[in-house]
Design a protein around this ligand. Structure first.
Ligand SMILES: [Zn+2]
Length: 503
Protein backbone atom coordinates (compact mmCIF):
# COMPACT_ATOMS: atom_id res chain seq x y z
CA UNK A 1 0.00 0.00 0.00
CA UNK A 2 2.81 2.41 1.01
CA UNK A 3 4.85 1.86 -2.10
CA UNK A 4 1.78 2.41 -4.26
CA UNK A 5 1.17 5.87 -2.73
CA UNK A 6 4.79 6.78 -3.20
CA UNK A 7 4.62 5.97 -6.88
CA UNK A 8 1.53 8.11 -7.24
CA UNK A 9 3.25 11.08 -5.53
CA UNK A 10 6.27 10.65 -7.75
CA UNK A 11 4.13 10.78 -10.86
CA UNK A 12 2.44 13.95 -9.67
CA UNK A 13 5.77 15.70 -9.12
CA UNK A 14 6.90 14.81 -12.61
CA UNK A 15 3.67 16.21 -14.07
CA UNK A 16 4.14 19.55 -12.32
CA UNK A 17 7.71 19.93 -13.53
CA UNK A 18 6.85 19.16 -17.16
CA UNK A 19 3.98 21.68 -17.03
CA UNK A 20 6.38 24.35 -15.89
CA UNK A 21 8.72 23.49 -18.73
CA UNK A 22 5.93 23.87 -21.29
CA UNK A 23 5.11 27.32 -19.91
CA UNK A 24 8.70 28.40 -20.20
CA UNK A 25 8.95 27.22 -23.83
CA UNK A 26 5.76 29.09 -24.70
CA UNK A 27 6.95 32.36 -23.19
CA UNK A 28 10.35 32.45 -24.95
CA UNK A 29 9.26 33.36 -28.53
CA UNK A 30 6.84 35.97 -27.17
CA UNK A 31 9.68 37.80 -25.53
CA UNK A 32 11.77 37.61 -28.73
CA UNK A 33 9.01 39.15 -30.91
CA UNK A 34 8.52 41.98 -28.43
CA UNK A 35 12.20 42.66 -28.57
CA UNK A 36 12.17 42.84 -32.43
CA UNK A 37 9.29 45.34 -32.45
CA UNK A 38 11.11 47.55 -29.98
CA UNK A 39 14.08 47.36 -32.31
CA UNK A 40 12.15 48.70 -35.38
CA UNK A 41 10.41 51.32 -33.31
CA UNK A 42 13.74 52.58 -32.18
CA UNK A 43 14.78 53.13 -35.82
CA UNK A 44 11.59 54.71 -37.29
CA UNK A 45 8.68 55.33 -34.98
CA UNK A 46 6.10 56.35 -37.71
CA UNK A 47 2.76 54.82 -38.95
CA UNK A 48 3.87 54.70 -42.65
CA UNK A 49 6.85 52.55 -41.87
CA UNK A 50 4.54 50.17 -40.04
CA UNK A 51 2.36 49.67 -43.21
CA UNK A 52 5.44 48.95 -45.32
CA UNK A 53 6.55 46.50 -42.73
CA UNK A 54 3.11 44.74 -42.84
CA UNK A 55 3.25 44.59 -46.66
CA UNK A 56 6.72 43.07 -46.58
CA UNK A 57 5.59 40.44 -44.12
CA UNK A 58 2.59 39.58 -46.32
CA UNK A 59 4.78 39.27 -49.44
CA UNK A 60 7.17 36.95 -47.66
CA UNK A 61 4.31 34.71 -46.64
CA UNK A 62 2.98 34.51 -50.23
CA UNK A 63 6.37 33.72 -51.68
CA UNK A 64 6.75 30.93 -49.17
CA UNK A 65 3.43 29.41 -50.27
CA UNK A 66 4.38 29.55 -54.00
CA UNK A 67 7.76 28.00 -53.33
CA UNK A 68 6.16 25.22 -51.36
CA UNK A 69 3.68 24.47 -54.20
CA UNK A 70 6.38 24.38 -56.88
CA UNK A 71 8.57 22.10 -54.81
CA UNK A 72 5.63 19.74 -54.21
CA UNK A 73 4.77 19.49 -57.91
CA UNK A 74 8.38 18.86 -58.87
CA UNK A 75 8.72 16.20 -56.18
CA UNK A 76 5.49 14.47 -57.22
CA UNK A 77 6.46 14.41 -60.91
CA UNK A 78 9.85 13.02 -59.99
CA UNK A 79 8.15 10.30 -57.99
CA UNK A 80 5.86 9.44 -60.94
CA UNK A 81 8.79 9.21 -63.35
CA UNK A 82 10.80 6.94 -61.10
CA UNK A 83 7.92 4.65 -60.01
CA UNK A 84 5.81 4.38 -63.17
CA UNK A 85 6.35 3.62 -66.81
CA UNK A 86 4.33 3.15 -69.97
CA UNK A 87 3.06 -0.19 -71.24
CA UNK A 88 0.47 -1.67 -73.60
CA UNK A 89 -2.78 -3.28 -72.56
CA UNK A 90 -4.04 -5.90 -75.01
CA UNK A 91 -7.74 -6.57 -75.74
CA UNK A 92 -9.69 -9.37 -77.41
CA UNK A 93 -13.27 -8.45 -78.26
CA UNK A 94 -13.21 -5.71 -75.62
CA UNK A 95 -11.80 -7.96 -72.87
CA UNK A 96 -8.49 -7.00 -71.31
CA UNK A 97 -5.97 -9.83 -71.45
CA UNK A 98 -3.16 -8.03 -69.59
CA UNK A 99 -0.43 -5.41 -69.81
CA UNK A 100 3.10 -5.82 -71.19
CA UNK A 101 5.98 -3.44 -71.79
CA UNK A 102 5.70 -3.78 -75.58
CA UNK A 103 3.00 -4.81 -78.05
CA UNK A 104 5.43 -7.40 -79.45
CA UNK A 105 5.51 -9.31 -76.16
CA UNK A 106 1.72 -9.84 -76.29
CA UNK A 107 1.81 -10.62 -80.03
CA UNK A 108 4.45 -13.29 -79.33
CA UNK A 109 2.06 -15.06 -76.94
CA UNK A 110 -0.63 -14.94 -79.62
CA UNK A 111 1.73 -16.41 -82.25
CA UNK A 112 2.74 -19.33 -80.04
CA UNK A 113 -0.90 -20.06 -79.18
CA UNK A 114 -1.80 -19.94 -82.89
CA UNK A 115 1.03 -22.38 -83.62
CA UNK A 116 -0.35 -24.76 -81.00
CA UNK A 117 -3.90 -24.53 -82.33
CA UNK A 118 -2.64 -25.11 -85.86
CA UNK A 119 -0.75 -28.18 -84.74
CA UNK A 120 -3.73 -29.58 -82.80
CA UNK A 121 -6.36 -29.04 -85.48
CA UNK A 122 -4.13 -29.53 -88.51
CA UNK A 123 -5.37 -26.38 -90.24
CA UNK A 124 -5.16 -22.59 -90.22
CA UNK A 125 -8.93 -22.37 -89.99
CA UNK A 126 -9.46 -20.84 -86.56
CA UNK A 127 -6.87 -18.54 -85.11
CA UNK A 128 -6.85 -16.18 -82.16
CA UNK A 129 -8.47 -12.86 -83.14
CA UNK A 130 -6.44 -9.72 -83.95
CA UNK A 131 -5.60 -7.82 -80.79
CA UNK A 132 -6.28 -4.19 -79.95
CA UNK A 133 -3.88 -2.18 -77.79
CA UNK A 134 -4.10 0.82 -75.54
CA UNK A 135 -1.22 2.80 -74.06
CA UNK A 136 -1.24 2.54 -70.30
CA UNK A 137 0.68 4.04 -67.38
CA UNK A 138 1.71 1.24 -65.07
CA UNK A 139 3.70 1.15 -61.90
CA UNK A 140 7.04 -0.50 -62.48
CA UNK A 141 6.44 -4.12 -61.53
CA UNK A 142 2.79 -4.31 -62.50
CA UNK A 143 3.08 -6.05 -65.89
CA UNK A 144 0.92 -9.15 -66.35
CA UNK A 145 2.86 -12.45 -66.24
CA UNK A 146 3.08 -14.12 -69.66
CA UNK A 147 1.23 -17.26 -68.47
CA UNK A 148 -1.68 -15.13 -67.30
CA UNK A 149 -1.82 -13.28 -70.64
CA UNK A 150 -1.92 -16.69 -72.37
CA UNK A 151 -4.73 -17.95 -70.12
CA UNK A 152 -6.78 -14.79 -70.71
CA UNK A 153 -6.22 -15.11 -74.46
CA UNK A 154 -7.51 -18.70 -74.35
CA UNK A 155 -10.45 -17.59 -72.20
CA UNK A 156 -11.65 -14.75 -74.43
CA UNK A 157 -10.68 -16.01 -77.86
CA UNK A 158 -13.17 -17.96 -79.93
CA UNK A 159 -10.41 -19.67 -81.91
CA UNK A 160 -11.93 -22.82 -83.36
CA UNK A 161 -10.21 -26.18 -83.48
CA UNK A 162 -11.33 -29.65 -84.54
CA UNK A 163 -11.73 -31.45 -81.22
CA UNK A 164 -13.14 -34.83 -80.24
CA UNK A 165 -16.31 -35.29 -78.21
CA UNK A 166 -16.96 -38.32 -76.00
CA UNK A 167 -20.57 -39.52 -76.27
CA UNK A 168 -21.85 -41.79 -73.46
CA UNK A 169 -25.05 -43.68 -74.37
CA UNK A 170 -25.75 -41.11 -77.09
CA UNK A 171 -25.20 -38.09 -74.79
CA UNK A 172 -22.29 -35.71 -75.48
CA UNK A 173 -20.35 -35.56 -72.19
CA UNK A 174 -16.99 -33.87 -72.76
CA UNK A 175 -14.92 -32.50 -75.67
CA UNK A 176 -11.14 -32.84 -75.84
CA UNK A 177 -8.62 -31.03 -78.04
CA UNK A 178 -7.65 -34.16 -79.97
CA UNK A 179 -8.82 -37.68 -80.63
CA UNK A 180 -5.57 -38.86 -79.07
CA UNK A 181 -6.52 -37.12 -75.80
CA UNK A 182 -10.01 -38.66 -75.97
CA UNK A 183 -8.52 -42.15 -76.36
CA UNK A 184 -6.23 -41.49 -73.36
CA UNK A 185 -9.28 -40.55 -71.27
CA UNK A 186 -11.14 -43.74 -72.23
CA UNK A 187 -8.08 -45.87 -71.43
CA UNK A 188 -7.68 -44.25 -68.01
CA UNK A 189 -11.37 -44.61 -67.13
CA UNK A 190 -11.36 -48.25 -68.21
CA UNK A 191 -8.27 -49.31 -66.28
CA UNK A 192 -8.80 -47.28 -63.07
CA UNK A 193 -10.05 -50.22 -60.92
CA UNK A 194 -7.40 -52.70 -62.00
CA UNK A 195 -4.82 -54.04 -59.54
CA UNK A 196 -1.17 -53.71 -60.38
CA UNK A 197 0.57 -57.02 -60.99
CA UNK A 198 -2.72 -58.90 -61.43
CA UNK A 199 -4.35 -60.21 -64.59
CA UNK A 200 -7.31 -57.88 -65.18
CA UNK A 201 -9.94 -57.60 -67.89
CA UNK A 202 -11.84 -54.30 -67.97
CA UNK A 203 -14.67 -52.96 -70.05
CA UNK A 204 -16.85 -49.86 -70.06
CA UNK A 205 -20.49 -50.94 -69.83
CA UNK A 206 -21.87 -47.86 -71.57
CA UNK A 207 -21.91 -47.25 -75.30
CA UNK A 208 -18.96 -44.93 -76.00
CA UNK A 209 -18.55 -42.99 -79.25
CA UNK A 210 -15.78 -40.56 -80.17
CA UNK A 211 -16.97 -37.91 -82.63
CA UNK A 212 -14.85 -35.19 -84.29
CA UNK A 213 -16.48 -31.85 -83.48
CA UNK A 214 -15.45 -28.23 -83.68
CA UNK A 215 -14.83 -26.55 -80.36
CA UNK A 216 -13.17 -23.42 -79.07
CA UNK A 217 -9.79 -23.75 -77.48
CA UNK A 218 -11.29 -22.47 -74.22
CA UNK A 219 -14.08 -25.06 -74.11
CA UNK A 220 -11.92 -28.10 -74.87
CA UNK A 221 -11.16 -30.10 -71.73
CA UNK A 222 -7.82 -31.41 -70.54
CA UNK A 223 -7.36 -35.19 -70.08
CA UNK A 224 -7.54 -34.87 -66.26
CA UNK A 225 -10.63 -32.66 -66.49
CA UNK A 226 -12.40 -35.14 -68.79
CA UNK A 227 -11.60 -38.09 -66.48
CA UNK A 228 -13.18 -36.12 -63.61
CA UNK A 229 -16.28 -35.37 -65.71
CA UNK A 230 -16.78 -39.05 -66.64
CA UNK A 231 -16.18 -40.24 -63.06
CA UNK A 232 -18.51 -37.61 -61.63
CA UNK A 233 -21.50 -39.02 -59.83
CA UNK A 234 -25.07 -38.21 -60.72
CA UNK A 235 -27.85 -38.21 -58.12
CA UNK A 236 -29.73 -41.43 -58.47
CA UNK A 237 -31.61 -43.85 -56.24
CA UNK A 238 -32.29 -47.56 -56.07
CA UNK A 239 -34.90 -49.70 -54.39
CA UNK A 240 -34.11 -51.32 -51.05
CA UNK A 241 -36.38 -54.15 -49.87
CA UNK A 242 -37.25 -53.87 -46.17
CA UNK A 243 -36.20 -56.84 -44.07
CA UNK A 244 -37.29 -58.10 -40.67
CA UNK A 245 -36.13 -55.75 -37.90
CA UNK A 246 -35.38 -52.80 -40.20
CA UNK A 247 -36.08 -49.29 -38.97
CA UNK A 248 -35.97 -46.18 -41.11
CA UNK A 249 -33.07 -44.95 -39.01
CA UNK A 250 -31.21 -48.24 -39.51
CA UNK A 251 -31.77 -48.18 -43.27
CA UNK A 252 -30.51 -44.58 -43.39
CA UNK A 253 -27.40 -45.46 -41.40
CA UNK A 254 -26.56 -48.52 -43.52
CA UNK A 255 -26.86 -46.44 -46.69
CA UNK A 256 -24.78 -43.57 -45.28
CA UNK A 257 -27.66 -41.14 -45.49
CA UNK A 258 -30.15 -39.44 -43.17
CA UNK A 259 -33.79 -40.13 -42.28
CA UNK A 260 -34.60 -36.73 -43.82
CA UNK A 261 -33.07 -37.76 -47.17
CA UNK A 262 -35.11 -40.98 -47.12
CA UNK A 263 -38.28 -38.99 -46.45
CA UNK A 264 -37.39 -36.69 -49.38
CA UNK A 265 -36.80 -39.69 -51.67
CA UNK A 266 -40.00 -41.46 -50.63
CA UNK A 267 -42.80 -38.87 -50.85
CA UNK A 268 -45.32 -41.23 -49.21
CA UNK A 269 -43.39 -40.88 -45.91
CA UNK A 270 -44.41 -37.21 -45.71
CA UNK A 271 -47.91 -38.53 -44.95
CA UNK A 272 -47.08 -41.46 -42.74
CA UNK A 273 -43.80 -43.13 -41.90
CA UNK A 274 -44.64 -46.82 -41.93
CA UNK A 275 -42.34 -49.50 -43.29
CA UNK A 276 -43.26 -53.17 -43.53
CA UNK A 277 -41.16 -56.19 -44.40
CA UNK A 278 -41.10 -56.52 -48.18
CA UNK A 279 -41.76 -52.81 -48.87
CA UNK A 280 -39.40 -51.20 -51.35
CA UNK A 281 -37.80 -48.01 -50.01
CA UNK A 282 -35.81 -45.72 -52.34
CA UNK A 283 -32.29 -45.11 -51.02
CA UNK A 284 -29.68 -42.80 -52.55
CA UNK A 285 -27.31 -44.52 -54.97
CA UNK A 286 -24.93 -42.05 -56.56
CA UNK A 287 -23.87 -43.36 -59.96
CA UNK A 288 -20.89 -42.35 -62.12
CA UNK A 289 -21.50 -41.13 -65.66
CA UNK A 290 -19.64 -44.20 -66.95
CA UNK A 291 -19.87 -47.71 -65.44
CA UNK A 292 -16.73 -49.83 -65.51
CA UNK A 293 -16.60 -53.61 -65.06
CA UNK A 294 -13.25 -55.05 -64.00
CA UNK A 295 -12.55 -58.76 -63.64
CA UNK A 296 -9.48 -59.59 -61.56
CA UNK A 297 -8.21 -63.16 -62.11
CA UNK A 298 -7.00 -65.26 -59.17
CA UNK A 299 -7.36 -62.49 -56.59
CA UNK A 300 -6.30 -63.49 -53.08
CA UNK A 301 -8.61 -62.09 -50.41
CA UNK A 302 -8.75 -62.45 -46.64
CA UNK A 303 -12.26 -61.87 -45.34
CA UNK A 304 -14.54 -62.54 -42.40
CA UNK A 305 -17.05 -65.38 -42.35
CA UNK A 306 -20.22 -64.18 -40.63
CA UNK A 307 -21.40 -66.04 -37.58
CA UNK A 308 -24.85 -67.64 -37.24
CA UNK A 309 -27.38 -67.44 -34.37
CA UNK A 310 -28.81 -70.48 -32.60
CA UNK A 311 -32.40 -69.89 -31.49
CA UNK A 312 -33.34 -71.01 -27.95
CA UNK A 313 -36.95 -71.04 -26.69
CA UNK A 314 -37.28 -69.07 -23.45
CA UNK A 315 -40.40 -69.07 -21.26
CA UNK A 316 -39.11 -66.11 -19.25
CA UNK A 317 -39.73 -63.89 -22.28
CA UNK A 318 -43.06 -62.96 -23.81
CA UNK A 319 -43.96 -63.98 -27.34
CA UNK A 320 -42.40 -61.42 -29.70
CA UNK A 321 -39.56 -60.63 -27.30
CA UNK A 322 -36.05 -61.77 -28.07
CA UNK A 323 -32.80 -61.50 -26.20
CA UNK A 324 -29.32 -62.14 -27.51
CA UNK A 325 -27.24 -63.79 -24.79
CA UNK A 326 -24.22 -64.58 -26.95
CA UNK A 327 -23.19 -62.60 -30.01
CA UNK A 328 -20.82 -65.36 -31.18
CA UNK A 329 -17.85 -64.35 -33.29
CA UNK A 330 -17.05 -64.17 -36.98
CA UNK A 331 -14.57 -66.52 -38.62
CA UNK A 332 -11.76 -65.55 -40.99
CA UNK A 333 -10.75 -67.14 -44.29
CA UNK A 334 -8.34 -66.73 -47.16
CA UNK A 335 -9.67 -67.35 -50.66
CA UNK A 336 -8.47 -67.32 -54.23
CA UNK A 337 -11.15 -66.24 -56.68
CA UNK A 338 -11.91 -64.41 -59.90
CA UNK A 339 -13.70 -61.31 -58.70
CA UNK A 340 -15.79 -58.82 -60.62
CA UNK A 341 -15.83 -55.17 -59.65
CA UNK A 342 -18.45 -52.72 -60.83
CA UNK A 343 -17.07 -49.19 -60.46
CA UNK A 344 -14.48 -50.53 -58.04
CA UNK A 345 -16.89 -52.40 -55.74
CA UNK A 346 -17.04 -56.17 -55.86
CA UNK A 347 -20.26 -57.77 -57.03
CA UNK A 348 -20.10 -60.93 -54.90
CA UNK A 349 -22.77 -62.68 -56.96
CA UNK A 350 -20.23 -62.88 -59.81
CA UNK A 351 -17.42 -64.29 -57.69
CA UNK A 352 -15.80 -67.51 -58.96
CA UNK A 353 -14.25 -69.27 -55.94
CA UNK A 354 -11.16 -71.34 -56.77
CA UNK A 355 -9.54 -72.06 -53.43
CA UNK A 356 -10.56 -71.57 -49.79
CA UNK A 357 -8.52 -71.84 -46.59
CA UNK A 358 -10.21 -71.34 -43.20
CA UNK A 359 -7.99 -69.32 -40.85
CA UNK A 360 -10.54 -69.48 -38.01
CA UNK A 361 -14.06 -70.83 -37.79
CA UNK A 362 -17.09 -68.72 -36.81
CA UNK A 363 -18.54 -69.37 -33.34
CA UNK A 364 -22.37 -69.36 -33.40
CA UNK A 365 -24.22 -66.98 -31.07
CA UNK A 366 -27.37 -67.60 -29.06
CA UNK A 367 -30.72 -65.79 -29.33
CA UNK A 368 -33.57 -66.44 -26.85
CA UNK A 369 -37.08 -66.42 -28.33
CA UNK A 370 -39.99 -65.67 -25.95
CA UNK A 371 -42.74 -68.32 -25.63
CA UNK A 372 -45.00 -66.95 -22.84
CA UNK A 373 -48.24 -65.27 -24.03
CA UNK A 374 -48.22 -61.52 -23.44
CA UNK A 375 -50.45 -60.58 -20.45
CA UNK A 376 -52.80 -57.59 -20.52
CA UNK A 377 -51.05 -54.29 -19.85
CA UNK A 378 -47.66 -55.48 -21.01
CA UNK A 379 -46.16 -54.20 -24.24
CA UNK A 380 -44.94 -56.38 -27.08
CA UNK A 381 -41.69 -54.41 -27.34
CA UNK A 382 -42.53 -53.52 -30.93
CA UNK A 383 -43.46 -49.83 -30.85
CA UNK A 384 -45.68 -48.07 -33.37
CA UNK A 385 -45.69 -44.39 -34.34
CA UNK A 386 -47.75 -42.22 -31.95
CA UNK A 387 -48.97 -40.10 -34.87
CA UNK A 388 -48.57 -39.98 -38.63
CA UNK A 389 -47.51 -37.29 -41.06
CA UNK A 390 -45.17 -35.49 -38.67
CA UNK A 391 -41.92 -33.84 -39.63
CA UNK A 392 -38.91 -34.60 -37.42
CA UNK A 393 -38.00 -31.11 -36.20
CA UNK A 394 -35.29 -32.15 -33.76
CA UNK A 395 -33.37 -35.38 -33.39
CA UNK A 396 -32.30 -37.28 -30.30
CA UNK A 397 -28.84 -36.49 -29.01
CA UNK A 398 -26.58 -33.56 -28.11
CA UNK A 399 -28.30 -30.22 -28.71
CA UNK A 400 -27.34 -26.68 -27.67
CA UNK A 401 -24.81 -27.86 -25.14
CA UNK A 402 -27.07 -30.44 -23.47
CA UNK A 403 -28.72 -33.67 -24.54
CA UNK A 404 -32.12 -33.86 -26.23
CA UNK A 405 -33.62 -36.95 -24.61
CA UNK A 406 -36.30 -37.56 -27.23
CA UNK A 407 -37.37 -36.80 -30.77
CA UNK A 408 -39.55 -33.82 -31.74
CA UNK A 409 -42.36 -34.57 -34.17
CA UNK A 410 -43.77 -31.31 -35.54
CA UNK A 411 -47.41 -31.46 -36.57
CA UNK A 412 -50.62 -29.44 -36.27
CA UNK A 413 -52.10 -28.47 -32.91
CA UNK A 414 -54.67 -31.00 -31.67
CA UNK A 415 -53.43 -33.99 -33.75
CA UNK A 416 -54.40 -37.19 -31.83
CA UNK A 417 -51.50 -38.87 -30.01
CA UNK A 418 -51.64 -42.68 -29.77
CA UNK A 419 -49.87 -44.98 -27.32
CA UNK A 420 -46.85 -46.62 -28.99
CA UNK A 421 -47.52 -49.96 -27.28
CA UNK A 422 -49.78 -51.59 -24.72
CA UNK A 423 -49.11 -50.51 -21.13
CA UNK A 424 -50.18 -48.61 -18.04
CA UNK A 425 -50.28 -44.83 -17.49
CA UNK A 426 -47.90 -43.98 -14.62
CA UNK A 427 -48.14 -40.20 -14.97
CA UNK A 428 -50.70 -37.91 -16.58
CA UNK A 429 -50.60 -34.18 -15.79
CA UNK A 430 -48.53 -31.04 -15.64
CA UNK A 431 -44.74 -31.25 -15.43
CA UNK A 432 -43.05 -28.01 -14.39
CA UNK A 433 -39.62 -29.12 -15.61
CA UNK A 434 -40.40 -28.08 -19.20
CA UNK A 435 -42.40 -31.07 -20.48
CA UNK A 436 -45.69 -29.20 -19.97
CA UNK A 437 -48.67 -31.57 -20.16
CA UNK A 438 -47.04 -34.98 -19.99
CA UNK A 439 -48.12 -38.64 -20.18
CA UNK A 440 -45.78 -41.44 -19.16
CA UNK A 441 -46.74 -44.99 -20.18
CA UNK A 442 -44.95 -47.98 -18.63
CA UNK A 443 -45.07 -51.01 -20.93
CA UNK A 444 -44.17 -53.55 -18.22
CA UNK A 445 -41.20 -54.90 -20.15
CA UNK A 446 -38.57 -52.33 -19.22
CA UNK A 447 -39.89 -49.88 -21.81
CA UNK A 448 -41.50 -46.55 -21.06
CA UNK A 449 -42.78 -43.99 -23.56
CA UNK A 450 -43.24 -40.31 -22.66
CA UNK A 451 -45.46 -37.89 -24.58
CA UNK A 452 -44.81 -34.18 -23.84
CA UNK A 453 -46.10 -30.62 -24.61
CA UNK A 454 -49.66 -32.00 -25.04
CA UNK A 455 -52.66 -29.66 -25.39
CA UNK A 456 -55.06 -32.33 -24.05
CA UNK A 457 -54.71 -35.43 -21.87
CA UNK A 458 -57.44 -38.09 -22.28
CA UNK A 459 -56.15 -40.71 -19.77
CA UNK A 460 -55.72 -40.90 -16.00
CA UNK A 461 -52.88 -42.12 -13.86
CA UNK A 462 -53.09 -45.92 -13.39
CA UNK A 463 -55.23 -46.49 -16.48
CA UNK A 464 -54.36 -49.39 -18.84
CA UNK A 465 -53.90 -48.39 -22.50
CA UNK A 466 -53.75 -50.52 -25.60
CA UNK A 467 -51.40 -50.06 -28.53
CA UNK A 468 -52.66 -47.34 -30.87
CA UNK A 469 -55.22 -45.99 -28.37
CA UNK A 470 -55.60 -42.18 -28.48
CA UNK A 471 -54.29 -40.81 -25.16
CA UNK A 472 -53.88 -37.08 -25.81
CA UNK A 473 -53.53 -34.29 -28.38
CA UNK A 474 -50.51 -32.43 -29.73
CA UNK A 475 -49.88 -29.03 -28.15
CA UNK A 476 -47.18 -26.54 -27.29
CA UNK A 477 -47.26 -26.53 -23.49
CA UNK A 478 -44.18 -26.27 -21.29
CA UNK A 479 -40.82 -25.47 -22.87
CA UNK A 480 -41.96 -25.44 -26.50
CA UNK A 481 -41.91 -22.92 -29.34
CA UNK A 482 -44.61 -24.47 -31.53
CA UNK A 483 -46.99 -27.41 -31.73
CA UNK A 484 -45.05 -30.67 -31.65
CA UNK A 485 -44.92 -33.97 -29.80
CA UNK A 486 -41.75 -34.60 -27.83
CA UNK A 487 -41.56 -38.41 -27.71
CA UNK A 488 -39.19 -40.27 -25.43
CA UNK A 489 -38.42 -43.97 -25.34
CA UNK A 490 -36.82 -45.05 -22.07
CA UNK A 491 -35.45 -48.54 -21.57
CA UNK A 492 -34.78 -49.44 -17.95
CA UNK A 493 -34.88 -45.71 -17.21
CA UNK A 494 -32.36 -44.68 -19.87
CA UNK A 495 -33.56 -42.42 -22.73
CA UNK A 496 -32.88 -44.06 -26.09
CA UNK A 497 -33.16 -42.71 -29.64
CA UNK A 498 -36.86 -43.36 -30.44
CA UNK A 499 -36.13 -43.66 -34.18
CA UNK A 500 -34.25 -46.88 -33.47
CA UNK A 501 -37.34 -48.45 -31.94
CA UNK A 502 -40.01 -47.10 -34.28
CA UNK A 503 -40.72 -49.01 -37.47
ZN1 LIG B 1 -38.05 -32.37 -27.59
Amino acid sequence: MDSFEKTENGAQTENTSSEAETKRKYKKPKKKRKKAIYHIDELKNTGAKRRVEDYARDLTRRLAIYAYAVISIVAFTFMLITMCSLGYEGFIKGNSIGVAETKEQIEAVRSSLNEEIKELSGSDSGQVEKLKFRLKVVSEDNYTPEEEIRQNMVKYSSAILMGCTVYVDGQPRVTLRTRRDANKVIERIKSQYEEEGMVCVSEILNKIELVSEETTYANASSVDGAVRVLNDVTDSSRGYTVEEGDTLWGIARRNETTVKTLIDLNPEFAENIVIRVGDVVQVPAPKPVVDVKTVIKDAVIEESVPTTMVEVEDASLYIGQTRITDYGSDGWRKITADITRINGIEDESQRVLKKEEMLSYPVPGKIHIGTTPVPKGVGSGALSWPLSGARISSHFGPRWGSVHTGVDLAIGMGTPVKACDEGKVIFAGWNSGGYGNLIKVDHGNGYQTWYAHLSKIYVKNGEAVSKGEVIGAVGSTGNSTGPHLHLEVRINGVPKNPLRYLP
